[in-house]
Design a protein around this ligand. Structure first.
Ligand SMILES: *Cc1c(COP(=O)(O)O)cnc(C)c1O
Length: 344
């Protein structure tokens, strides 16, 4: 039978209320791409779970199909979220699919072009906040406590339910959980969901390496960060809503949460692209973490099976690339000019 989306495939394993009405864009079922060349450098079997291939270009669609399906079933007419960009695009797409109004709050000037464009294209009412993601999230919580507007940030428990499916998919493809799972950590909904998913699925447990950006690393520092800064805008979050659960996942799995610099993130982004997988900066943090840990000798990857989660597509944030490259050469439109440039 053709693929019919996450709730159809894994709904029996998700704690969703009976009133849930399936709203799907056939999200999930993303490829687990083997990376033999890169894996060889670590002496391990390496895979990328490429979540950029979801309908709106990030893993947020897994949680959003669940959150919007529940909200529709309960009779919600308007949904709202705070977002660094990808949640906004995803909420807007699923709300439109369901015929709901969507409102998204984003930090002014801090959302990548491809994400903002997505939210607008899918029909969200986009509001910029003169403040951070964390400020936007506080406002969203307040308005959903005082009005019937439904909250679809990852503090919504159905988001976590939906996002567990990525762990199920990995186990289904590998037959077992990998030895290590490396992924970026922002608001910490995803790491929480993976850990819950692996525990529930009972195909073994990975050790979890959660990776924050150094300028935005509250879970590494042990305190909130008031003005988080990083080029990896999707993880530019100073007060992670599920921080406690992220630390628990790291600890229970005998893993850890570390921070990497923006330079390390950009370098990992280049390495992934050199293997044909272009991801947005935040999405490269998992690999950056793996590289950093190996370089410091804190990590013996050899013989291990490792999954790096690449959370969003490179097309989301093209300016990271276009701002730094020199424009392609211009030549006259004739063969002589072409062959003299390219060589034989
Ligand atoms: C949301 C997001 C993250 C961070 O996920 P959390 O659940 O907030 O920790 C990382 N990468 C991308 C591309 C995202 O959209």
């Amino acid at each position: 039978m053709t693929y019919q989306g996450l709730i159809h495939r894994y709904g029996h394993l998700l704690d969703l209320p009976a009133h849930t009405q399936n709203i799907s864009l056939l999200e999930g079922n993303t490829p687990l791409i083997p990376m033999p060349r890169l894996g060889k450098e670590f002496g391990c079997e390496l895979f990328v779970k490429f979540e950029g291939l979801n309908p709106t270009g990030s893993f947020k669609d897994r949680g959003m199909t669940a959150a919007i399906s529940e909200a529709v079933g309960r009779g919600a007419q308007t949904v709202i979220c705070a977002s660094t960009g990808n949640t906004a695009a995803s909420a807007a797409a699923y709300a439109s699919r369901a015929g709901l109004r969507s409102i998204v709050l984003i930090p002014e000037g801090k959302v990548a072009a491809g994400k903002l464009a997505g939210a607008i294209a899918y029909g969200a009412e986009v509001i910029q906040i003169q403040g951070s993601f964390d400020d936007a999230l506080s406002l969203v919580v307040e308005i959903t406590q005082k009005t019937p507007i439904a909250l679809v940030n990852s503090i919504n428990p159905y988001r976590v339910e939906g996002q567990k499916t990525a762990a199920f998919e990995i186990c289904d493809v590998l037959d077992n959980a990998p030895d290590w799972l490396c992924l970026p950590v922002g608001n910490a909904g995803n790491i929480t969901s993976y850990w819950a998913g692996f525990k529930q699925y009972q195909k073994g447990l990975p050790q979890v390496l959660g990776v924050q950006a150094a300028g935005s690393a509250p879970l590494v520092l042990g305190h909130p960060v008031d003005n988080p800064e990083t080029i990896a805008t999707a993880i530019r979050i100073g007060r992670p809503a599920r921080g406690e659960q992220a630390l628990e996942a790291a600890q229970q799995s005998n893993g850890r949460i570390i921070a990497v610099s923006d330079a390390e993130i950009l370098s990992a982004q280049k390495i992934l692209a050199s293997e044909g997988v272009w991801v947005e900066p935040a999405s490269a943090a998992g690999l950056a973490g793996l590289i950093a840990e190996s370089a410091f000798g804190k990590f013996d990857a050899s013989g291990k099976r490792i999954v790096v989660v690449c959370t969003g597509h490179g097309l989301k944030d093209p300016s990271v690339i276009t701002d730094s490259f020199t424009s392609p050469k211009v030549i006259p439109a004739n063969y002589e000019a072409l062959i003299s440039l390219v060589g034989g």
